[in-house]
Ligand binder design. Structure first.
Ligand code: FCB
Length: 436
């Protein structure tokens, strides 16, 4: 059976985020949102990972991983404006030490959907001085971790964050407001640029230079109705707004979407050392007059186009061929790619394994087409709190019994471990599907 060998030093691991696993994140805006009854169920103790991190990292090491992505929780470090919790900072120093002790390369995210509640109450990312507030926090983190962390993700999925929190109203502050959303995008770009400079300036030791990026959610967009030109136009536009405008801003320092906005952000030019890519599948777009210039609504499940033949238990499209396409396109930017998330919720674990295998094979194919990929993080190590959808969707390589906090490694986790250890994948019967 032919195999594809990944380069030496390829990073294999999984990803988590603070609010989704740590538990008792009482100072964050998401916590307040949950307490206000705005979601199905509150995050509560989640996976109790704040206390059980060492045991969870044992599990990652047992699964053959050599890297792990996690996020630092700003609201723990700065629970009230200007009040810094040194014990929380020491906790994350300990977390990085625990990863290094297990030969797991830390990949550290600084913002993964949550902010301190005080920051949210004074206007969150809509305010221009949100950038300086974030930079202040990053300076603290960089001073504590800068010498022991190489890979950084400043902001997780800026575009998803904006869509979910400021357009769809599905997370705090629950806004549905395009002008506000645009301000937030601009400030997130500026915040990334500020963090980039802080992280590069903070390295004192002799080690390799930091590698800084965002984790960019990059779906393949298609029209709901292939035969309907307005849908095709809207899908292309969504691709422009959602996938490319941000990457252009972070490489060229300008954000341009005709009919929506145009800014020069010179400080953001050349602030991607690699491109962090989160990929879950295709999204189908419908022309929606009410949406105006903003990308139209996605098809709901009942209206999925005929080409969607495979779905996760969440209803999401499964299409590894699009992963090849997305990686190859982004690869042409000439920067290394780190897959910061790819994963699935499948009730049938055999289907989870099939998903992982085919997406790793897709990555191999993208490699063959010239993309320079440096690592892959499966989402997620553990079942966890899936935002507005609560604990229902289970993405973990390990199952979590929330009543006892017991972790049980799934068969898919063990099989993925074989790929991680071998640093190669069989590609003989590479069935990643067609590529419409
Ligand atoms: C991504 C988010 C992550 C998780 C997965 C399923 O968009 O970054 O927090 O919710 O989806």
């Amino acid at each position: 059976m032919p195999e594809f060998a990944f380069p030496d030093g390829f990073l294999w691991g999984s990803a988590t985020s603070a609010h989704q696993v740590e538990g008792d994140n009482v100072h964050s805006d998401w916590w307040a949102w949950e307490q206000a009854g705005r979601v199905k169920e509150p995050s509560g103790l989640a996976c109790d990972h704040y206390r059980r991190f060492a045991q969870d990292f044992d599990l990652a090491a047992e699964l053959g991983h050599n890297a792990h992505r996690f996020s630092v929780e700003w609201s723990r470090l700065e629970p009230a404006e200007g009040r810094w919790d040194e014990a929380a900072l020491a906790h994350y120093v300990e977390v990085v030490r625990a990863l290094r002790a297990r030969r797991l390369e830390p990949i550290v995210t600084l913002h993964h959907f949550t902010t301190p509640q005080w920051f949210a109450l004074r206007g969150g990312w809509v305010r221009p001085d949100s950038v300086e507030a974030f930079a202040r926090y990053v300076r603290r983190v960089a001073a504590a971790l800068g010498d022991s962390v190489r890979y950084w993700v400043t902001i997780n999925e800026p575009m998803v964050y904006v869509r979910m929190h400021y357009i769809q109203g599905l997370g705090p502050p629950g806004a549905r407001d395009l002008p506000q959303a645009l301000r937030v995008i601009e400030h997130l770009i500026r915040a990334h640029a500020a963090a980039y400079r802080v992280l590069h300036g903070a390295r004192r030791g002799p080690g390799p230079a930091p590698q800084v990026s965002v984790a960019h959610h990059a779906p393949a967009f298609g029209p709901c109705r292939r035969w309907w030109p307005p849908d095709r136009w809207m899908a292309a536009r969504t691709d422009r707004v959602f996938n490319w405008a941000l990457l252009e801003a972070l490489t060229e320092g300008r954000w341009v979407v005709p009919g929506v906005g145009k800014w020069r952000i010179p400080e953001a030019a050349a602030t991607l050392d690699y491109v962090g890519v989160n990929f879950y599948g295709r999204q189908f777009i419908q022309w929606a007059p009410a949406a105006g210039a903003w990308p139209g609504a996605s098809c709901d499940l009942g209206h999925h186009p005929r080409e969607v033949t495979e779905r996760t238990s969440y209803g999401w499209d499964v299409h590894p061929a699009s992963f090849v396409q997305v990686l190859s396109r982004i690869g042409r930017m000439g920067r290394p790619i780190l897959v910061t998330e790819n994963g699935t919720y499948m009730q049938d674990d055999a289907r989870r394994w099939d998903f992982i295998l085919r997406h790793v094979q897709a990555m191999a194919r993208a490699f063959q087409q010239g993309a320079r990929i440096i690592g892959y993080c499966y989402w997620s190590l553990l079942d966890n709190f899936e935002w507005a959808d609560g604990f229902g969707p289970r993405f973990g390589l390990a199952e979590v019994d929330y009543a006892t906090q017991r972790r049980t490694i799934r068969d898919s986790g063990r099989r993925y471990a074989e790929i991680c250890r071998a640093n190669r994948v069989e590609i003989g019967d590479m069935e990643i599907g067609d590529s419409h």
